[in-house]
Design a protein around this ligand. Sequence first.
Ligand SMILES: [Mg+2]
Length: 351
Amino acid sequence: MPTIAHLDADAFYVSVELLRRPDLAGRPVVVSGSGPRAVVTTASYEARRFGVHSAIPASRARRLCPQAVFLQPDFDEYRRVSRAMWAVVRARVAAVEVMGLDEAYLDLDGIERPRAAMRALVEEIRAATGITCSVGIGPNKLVAKVASDAEKPAGFVALSREQAAARFAGERPSLVPGIGPKTAERLESMGFATIGALADAPDEILVGEFGPRLGPWLRRRARFEDHSPVVTEHIAVSESRETTFPTDVGDRGEMEDILRRLAADLCQDLARKRRQGRTIAIKVRLDDFTTITRARTIPAATNDIAEVGDMACRLLAEYDPPRPVRLLGVRVAGFAEPEPPVEEPQLALPL
Ligand SMILES: [Mg+2]
């Protein structure tokens, strides 16, 4: 069984700000944009006590906590600190899948005493960058992710799959990454208001409501079953479609619809050009401008709309965007050698 850790910096943007503004330590600090539709990007734990959380409107945060210090995000600085963090991690762990500026999955396979190693790593990150992290450790990415979030800040939680299922059985399904608020609402109206209830939900009811892919997937998530690998490589690609949204998308079902539309558009174009590829990839840009690609190579080249769409949705589920998404793209690459041009019929030599 693999051992996977999820490493997640605590209130990352605020923590970076406090490194250069130590006078603000202990005060409610909120990082948010300033426009009329701006939302909170990160709130310090002091601000969270007033009900200020990520993604609420900045105007509401000002009402809830007028004494808070509001700062504009400085992504250049966040990226600089983030790079320093991951340099420390990569020096110790070979397989690192960075999910955003402040979180990553680590495959601890082959690392002796993984818990002790992670405690040492957290300390090393703090010494090198001043950033505090929470850690979750489990047999898969899903357990690790939920565990890292369970006792923030400076949390350190290691759970088996069974322990995770038992510990979070009474929580709402939206605690599980990948189950968005809309899906959680639908589940609740169906009588599945907790992770435990969803884990025991009959297959046919879930399939009836969510379809043959999403339905069983939701229940597997509630059981903390997850076989997605820690993926580190990026593959160069060649034909793609992508789209940026007017407002960030947080709902998995909506993201899947968009990926399938992009796949259909791309595949129709490939079919016209008589091209087929073996590598299918997605591109995801989060609301903090983190951009990732994920790719998988299949045995036979394709330009089939359903096949490319299915794989794109699977890659999305495996990546499991940790924040709302502002851009999605689909690519097909690894094209088979183009057919040799049809020989021109030999012209009869003039006599
Ligand atoms: Mg974080």
